[in-house]
Design a protein around this ligand. Structure first.
Ligand SMILES: *Cc1c(COP(=O)(O)O)cnc(C)c1O
Length: 385
């Protein structure tokens, strides 16, 4: 460790090494300048207009259709949306998607939060929690008394991704098996997924979708919609703003229950159209594949950096975590990068590791990830003197 550094060493990275865009944060994340320009151009007739009128509803409609196309949703699946981001969706699901008892795979900060919400709910049985060490992921286990399996596509706090597959041996939800609900907040749009393997795939637009926070979206299978309707028909009390049946009804009309952030919806729709116009998921996930290949190859070959996640297939293609050797203080490296306009490479605070965390969402240019690696090499060389 470099001891007791109180000031960031004054190191200027040569401009020819710098990435074109210095935003590598895991959320909010890089918003494409072209999307911001499109918003500015449309603003006069769009921002500040009613979300119940055609101008805004047509953008919501286009967003829902675009997501249907991007994820190749089968007939009968619905795209629902509401206010409050993923955290509010957890509360909504605790009220309106879990019938009696859920199983949660916890392997980091985000995957633990839905488990806590379910554990605290007085109307639910105590959830089953399957945990694994940070840097790994557990697998779901089919059980008769579980009616919802809570998975996380990408654990943003640790940089672990997991494949989305129904638990081995589980009955299909249409035959009485549990629903599969996936927190895909940081994975959706950057990692491939088969809709046949989930019932609710939910996310927020401030990560791969290069927009702002505050909105949730859920791709819902017919079985998930049936569950929402069935719970809604019971006497369980559900606050209206967290009622998934109300959200579903409004979504079908291309609107939200209460007023959404119109700029967020615009940028989100623009990003989905950008993906679809360039080849859909192969394009968006392909960019993440290229970026992550660059990052992990660099770390594997570096004498001061190593990928934090041991198993290669678990290393996230959207959020990379790289440990540095003890003699190089990652906080100092991140601070020097920040002083040079390269921001948000700090690790997830609570993980407490000597680490850099680098988002490689589709908006991030894969060439910029290569530039970032060169900049880190330069900074570490300069600190060493
Ligand atoms: C960012 C993130 C969240 C939190 O999303 P909010 O919209 O801020 O509630 C939840 N889960 C995962 C996996 C995330 O990456």
């Amino acid at each position: 460790m470099i001891p007791y550094v109180t000031e960031t060493p004054d190191i200027t990275i040569p401009s020819n090494l710098l990435p074109g865009d210095g935003r590598f944060g895991s959320g909010p994340s890089k918003v494409r300048p072209a999307a911001v320009e499109a918003l500015a151009a449309a603003a006069g007739g769009y921002l500040g207009t009613s979300h119940r009128q055609k101008t805004v509803k047509s953008v919501v409609g286009s967003l829902r259709a675009g997501l249907r196309q991007l994820f190749s949703l089968p007939d009968g699946y619905e795209v629902a949306l509401g206010n409050g981001g993923t955290t509010c969706f957890w509360d909504a699901a605790t009220f309106g998607l879990i019938d009696r008892r859920s199983q949660h795979l916890t392997f980091g900060e985000f995957s633990s939060k839905f488990a806590s919400a379910a554990a605290e709910a007085p109307h639910l049985g105590h959830p089953e929690i399957l945990a694994s060490e940070v840097g790994t992921h557990p697998d779901p286990v089919a059980r008769e008394d579980i009616d919802l399996y809570a998975l996380t596509h990408n654990e943003t706090s640790t940089g672990v991704m997991m494949p989305i597959v129904r638990p081995d041996g589980a009955l299909a939800p249409t035959e009485g098996g549990g629903l599969v609900a996936v927190d895909a907040t940081s994975g959706a749009g950057g990692l491939r997924v088969d809709p046949a393997q989930f019932d609710a795939y939910y996310f927020a637009p401030q990560k791969c979708f290069g927009s702002d926070g505050g909105l949730w979206v859920a791709l819902l299978s017919p079985a998930a919609q049936d569950r929402i309707r069935a719970i809604s028909a019971t006497k369980r009390w559900v606050p209206a703003s967290l009622d998934l049946s109300i959200a579903l009804d409004n979504s079908k009309l291309d609107q939200t229950y209460n007023t959404p952030a119109l700029a967020t919806i615009f940028l989100f729709e623009d990003q989905v159209a950008w993906f679809n116009d360039h080849g859909g998921m192969d394009f968006s996930a392909g960019r993440c594949d290229t970026s992550s290949e660059t990052l992990y190859t660099w770390a594997d070959n570096s004498d001061f950096a190593t990928p934090f996640v041991t198993r290669e297939q678990d290393r996230s293609h959207v959020v990379g975590t790289v440990d540095l050797v003890d003699s190089v203080d990652a906080a100092v490296v991140a601070a020097i990068l920040r002083a040079n306009g390269i921001v948000d490479t700090e690790p997830y605070r609570k993980l407490g590791r000597n680490q850099l965390r680098i988002a490689m969402f589709p908006s991030v240019d894969p060439d910029d990830v290569a530039s970032l690696c060169a900049c880190i090499n330069y900074v570490v060389g300069a600190i060493a003197g």
